[in-house]
Design a binder for this molecule. Structure first.
Ligand SMILES: C[S@@+](CC[C@H](N)C(=O)[O-])C[C@H]1O[C@@H](n2cnc3c(N)ncnc32)[C@H](O)[C@@H]1O
Length: 310
């Protein structure tokens, strides 16, 4: 079986994710990042008629796909919003503390990356949008127009680990004084002009695009909130499974799980999670067919029961 969907996103580490979720056929699951629906589809195939699934995505286009495909399935509820609102969505369904598994497959889908009109790719000419939720918030172009030079520099440094953050931020401010930066090509040209030619082996705009995407979508704030809320949603024995794609995402996931498992100094006295051993990286067979899996890092933890006197 191949696991591509019509829009072309191949779910990453599908078998490993399913094993990490340890599916209970009558359980209630949350796919916090529906995307192209690859993981949701596999989850639904594993669930019985009593199972339930809440599918969330920030991207209205992903939500429309989810509704079109799953509206007729009585087990499925689809919500537009961030997984940072997971607690609210679960409360609306009366499922707080009863969820058997939460999956967060972070970042963007191939469907988003490949769509030039979304502005996520430095390889595709298009408007500099980069919002996952196209229904609200400033685009990357507006963000670059309004942010201070210091803030741009800080974002490039922190979210892009970009060593030429200062030069690029200065170039943005110089350029926008004359004309706004409105397209992906504008930004690529600007970064090319700001970064020394000898350092252009990797595409010079890679880090800038990553940093902007993280800032525009408040990805790390959402991640922190989503992890907290998943913990509240999970039933004892429920699994939290997270796929990250770079160290800025993986670090807080690892810290969160270790903290709640009592594995960090200053961690909570009564652990609420148990770390679950899973393959951290995709296997060779998957890497051969899905380059996106190369950077994937899988982590899982299980909700522990409340102690009797809690
Ligand atoms: C990597 S894709 C998920 C792919 C999906 N697992 C599949 O198999 O097709 C990530 C998706 O999560 C969505 N997303 C990113 N951050 C989000 C957030 N904070 N809340 C909800 N959805 C988010 C993106 O819009 C994108 O559609």
């Amino acid at each position: 079986m191949t696991h591509t969907d019509a829009g072309g996103h191949r779910p990453v580490m599908l078998d490993e994710v399913m094993q990490a979720l340890a599916i209970q056929t009558s359980g209630c699951y949350v796919d916090g990042t529906f995307g192209g629906g690859g993981h949701t589809r596999a989850l639904l195939a594993a669930l019985g008629p009593q199972g339930r699934l809440l599918a969330i995505d920030k991207d209205p286009a992903a939500v429309a796909r989810a509704r079109a495909e799953f509206d007729a399935d009585p087990r499925v509820t689809v919500r537009h919003g961030s997984f940072a609102q997971l607690g609210q969505f679960v409360d609306e369904l009366g499922l707080r503390g009863q969820v058997a598994g939460v999956l967060l497959d972070l970042g963007m889908s191939s469907i988003q990356l490949d769509d030039a009109s979304r502005g996520f790719s430095f390889m595709r000419p298009g408007p500099l949008d980069m919002r996952m939720d196209t229904s609200r918030g400033p685009t990357a172009a507006q963000w670059l127009q309004d942010a201070s030079q210091e803030h741009i520099e800080q974002v490039l440094r922190e979210f892009g680990e970009e060593r030429y953050a200062r030069r690029i931020a200065a170039a943005v401010v110089a350029r926008r004084a004359n004309a706004p930066i409105t397209t992906t090509d504008d930004l690529v040209a600007l970064v090319r002009g700001a970064v020394p030619r000898r350092d252009q082996h990797k595409h010079p705009a890679t880090r800038t695009f990553q940093a902007l995407r993280i800032a525009v979508n408040r990805e790390l704030d959402d991640l922190a909130a989503g992890l907290d809320q998943a913990l509240v949603a999970l039933a004892p024995g429920g699994r939290l499974v997270v796929l990250s794609f770079h160290s800025l995402e993986d670090r807080p996931v690892k810290r969160f799980m270790r903290h709640h498992a009592g594995r960090l100094e200053g961690a909570c006295e009564r652990p609420t999670l148990r770390l679950v051993r899973v393959p951290k990286k995709a296997g060779a067979a998957e890497l051969a067919v899905n380059p996106r899996a190369r950077s994937a890092i899988l982590r899982a933890a299980e909700r522990l029961p409340e102690p009797p006197d809690a």
